[in-house]
Design a protein around this ligand. Structure first.
Ligand code: ADP
Ligand code: MG
Length: 487
């Protein structure tokens, strides 16, 4: 099966069935797709866009990273009337992070349309600014069910003009117990509407959702599993007392730029984080009771390559979508082979290959056998002793994150920050990594070697004509002690 990145590597002649040019999209939209480098449709897009653009309801299933967002976003965008100041499309997502990613993708795709306002409505942010944004008018709302219901109850959100309702990551919304909330939201939308349901898996509840909220939906199923070869799996037997040091050993041996380490329990996460920090790795952890702002900061640093290892449980990692991940490490083997598959599917996205490395204790051999059976092929066992030992260089992430204390509220755009760094401050574009503008802060990744200097020059200079406070996020501070550096 095709994946987005392999599809995108060469311009497609327009007569290919996978060319966007075959779709009834405006010329401006076509140009924008080209600009974004979307040259060919991914498999799920090719299967779902024609019926979606024709107005059909859909239940579409495809794995994570297959391009589902554009599959519904292009459809809802073509149906919008920019001159009508009312919410015409609503996308429900299970988590704030996913909603945020979807909103960003819709905004990028909407550059080919007139002035479309896309608003994110999620918990974890203050109500007041959301209410005032709603008063200013939005065409598309992306949000989590709980917060959308809050707005409905306060009558700050009117869904009576919605013509497209999207249930994204529907399987996860069901997992999280959102069925009743989805019902409340769907009831607030007109009955006469298009409903598009997207899901990575197809548990039983999805059919129930479909029966209840969709009208004669077309079912699209791309039963693709992870392609062989892209994700290389290796299993290592460990004695229980060695498990934590074995993770360091794997990191030293494989030297991934970014690795996600899954633990079965929160306790194990804590132990591992400590052990990695003590060994000098730049590691961060995600846990369930983190404040949203903290969680965002962790994710920003991991996604922009200024943190080598992210430690998490399955629950804490829910919704995490990192496009460049060299390795997934299963610190414990999960009892559920489906969960295992889901974990390792985080790496080896697009054209990239990735490592899936599992540590197996004596009592976990049965679990490894179940995984072997579920994936229908023999698993590869290796010995930790065969990894190169005694490293020369410590494994450090290539980037460091600077936090600028000004964000969307101050109307900062990524270009302003890039401009400040490459203009007056005199750095090369190549030395600057991802720039993420949040509500009150902007995070910019810079090459590790220029971090201190960039901090000084940004603090001394101006962004959008004003002086800004800049801080080095501590996970990235080079000179800090291992403890400080790691958190
Ligand atoms: P999913 O929702 O299925 O997990 P996403 O919609 O988040 O996947 O898309 C995964 C990545 O692929 C995104 O970075 C997106 O920008 C990119 N992408 C989507 N469609 C295309 C395409 N046709 N060509 C190139 N890249 C694409
Ligand atoms: Mg998605």
């Amino acid at each position: 099966m095709n994946s987005p990145a392999t599809l995108a590597d060469a311009p497609a002649p327009s007569d290919l069935p996978s060319s966007f040019e075959r779709l009834p999209l405006s010329p401006a939209m076509q140009v924008n797709l080209q600009r974004l480098g979307y040259l060919r449709m991914t498999a799920i897009q090719a299967a779902s866009l024609p019926p979606a653009l024709a107005g059909r309801d859909l239940i579409a299933q495809a794995k994570t990273g297959s391009g589902k967002t554009a599959a519904f976003a292009l459809s809802l965008l073509t149906r919008l009337n920019p001159r009508r100041h009312a919410v015409q499309a609503l996308v429900l997502c299970p988590t704030r992070e996913l909603a945020d990613q979807v909103a960003q993708e819709i905004r990028r795709l909407a550059r080919g349309a007139d002035n479309i306002k896309v608003l994110l409505l999620c918990g974890g942010s203050a109500m007041r600014p959301q209410i005032s944004s709603l008063e200013h008018g939005a065409h598309v709302v992306v949000g989590t069910p709980g917060r959308i219901i809050d707005h409905l109850e306060r009558a700050s959100l009117d869904l009576r003009a919605v013509n497209t309702l999207v249930l994204d990551e529907a399987d996860r919304m069901l997992d999280m117990g959102f069925f009743d909330d989805i019902a409340v939201v769907a009831q607030a939308c007109p009955e006469e509407r298009q409903t598009l349901l997207f899901s990575a898996t197809f548990p039983e509840g999805i059919a129930a959702l479909g029966r209840r909220f969709l009208r004669q939906p077309q079912r699209i199923e791309l039963a693709e599993r992870h392609e062989g070869g892209k994700i290389r799996q290796r299993f290592y037997e460990v004695a229980d007392g060695q498990r934590l040091s074995a993770v360091s050993r794997l990191l030293d041996g494989y030297r991934p730029v970014s690795a996600l380490a899954f633990c079965n329990t929160r306790n194990r996460c804590r132990e591992l984080l400590q052990s990695l920090r003590a060994a000098g790795f730049v590691a961060l952890a995600l846990h369930g009771d983190m404040e949203q702002r903290e969680r965002d900061q962790v994710l920003v640093q991991f996604a922009n390559r200024s943190c080598s290892v992210l430690v998490a449980t399955d629950v804490a990692a829910r919704g995490l979508d990192i496009d460049q991940l060299e390795a997934v490490i299963n610190v414990d083997v999960t009892p559920d082979p489906e969960v295992h598959l889901h974990r390792i599917g985080r790496t080896g996205r697009g054209e990239r290959s990735g490592w899936a490395l599992s540590l197996v204790g004596g009592k976990e051999r049965g679990r490894a056998r179940n995984i072997e059976r579920a994936q229908g092929g023999e698993i590869e066992w290796c010995a930790l002793g065969a990894l190169p030992s005694g490293r020369g260089e410590p494994l450090l992430p290539p980037m460091v994150t600077l936090q600028i204390l000004a964000g969307r509220k101050e109307k900062i755009r990524p270009g302003d920050v890039l401009g400040a760094l490459t203009g007056e401050a005199g750095f090369d574009k190549e030395q600057i990594g991802k720039i993420r503008v949040a509500e009150f802060s902007t995070y910019v990744a810079v090459d590790r070697g220029i971090a201190a200097e960039a901090l000084l020059r940004l603090s001394a200079g101006r962004i959008k004509g004003r002086q800004v406070k800049v801080a080095l996020l501590s996970a990235a501070a080079d000179a800090a002690s291992p403890e400080q550096r790691a958190c």
